[in-house]
Write a protein that binds this ligand. Structure first.
Ligand code: SF4
Length: 248
């Protein structure tokens, strides 16, 4: 299974070497059909991909994880995106019993108490719903970029996602921040207004804050933790192996 996936990843990477983001998406949508989907959290990169994807195929599923702790601005851009492109966005929720159990045991703001409790919250609210969704797919698309953080420096456009056992596609892996915003302005793409308030990376409301000039773009995510811990488990896959020395 892993060997097959590795071969598939290598074939895809070879066949699409040098492709632009749009051409890569087009190729993969044709190859995977309804077995590929875009995961969005409505950040700037995800909005670029949504715009590209809607111009290629409006039948490709776009889904998001509603953790129950998202900022109001994220729901606003979700709504603006639905309206602009005339699409449905599949919204996945955590299992309510697991959320109840966790919050009743540790309190609503458990994530500030330890890395373990923060990871538990991410697991219940994000990873488990994502896992359910990805189990029916062969490939997923996301807006990761290599320059976003120390945990993503070796990111490739086609990755083997060891965590969830499928292909992960990052069409904007080699894009700069400037290129993302040039695209948004040029194509009049709706974006999360928190970006205008100094949030380069937006997740759940209690775990995201604005960053200062010169800070890492993901410095505002789980800002109380050290940089090498700043992933929620959604994007550990192939990167995990590359960064394991840092995580000891
Ligand atoms: Fe919980 Fe924060 Fe993770 Fe959201 S980002 S799931 S609130 S720990």
């Amino acid at each position: 299974m892993v060997t097959n996936l590795t071969n598939l990843k290598n074939q895809l990477a070879e066949a699409t070497a040098g492709y632009s983001g749009e051409n890569l998406l087009k190729h993969l949508v044709e190859q995977f059909g309804d077995k590929i989907a875009l995961a969005t959290s409505f950040g700037a990169e995800d909005q670029v991909l949504t715009d590209m994807l809607c111009k290629i195929s409006k039948s490709t599923v776009i889904f998001t994880l509603d953790t129950g702790r998202l900022p109001a601005e994220t729901y606003e851009v979700m709504e603006a995106t639905r309206k602009k492109y005339g699409i449905e966005i599949e919204i996945l929720f955590p299992e309510h019993k697991k959320v109840e159990e966790m919050v009743n045991k540790y309190g609503p703001n458990l994530f500030y108490e330890s890395i373990e409790k923060r990871k538990l919250c991410c697991r219940v609210r994000k990873i488990e719903p994502l896992k359910r969704k990805l189990s029916g797919l062969e490939a997923w698309i996301c807006g990761l970029r290599a320059e976003q953080s120390v945990t993503r420096t070796e990111l490739a456009k086609i990755e083997l996602d060891n965590t969830f056992g499928l292909i992960k596609v990052c069409p904007l892996a080699d894009w700069s921040t400037e290129r993302v915003w040039d695209y948004i302005r040029k194509h009049d793409v709706p974006y999360n207004k928190l970006h205008d308030e100094g949030f380069p990376s937006i997740g759940c409301q209690p775990c995201s804050r604005a960053v200062k000039s010169g800070e890492d773009v993901r410095a505002g995510r789980w800002w109380w933790e050290s940089p090498e811990h700043k992933e929620c488990g959604l994007h550990s896959g192939e990167q995990k192996d590359k960064t394991k020395d840092n995580q000891k």
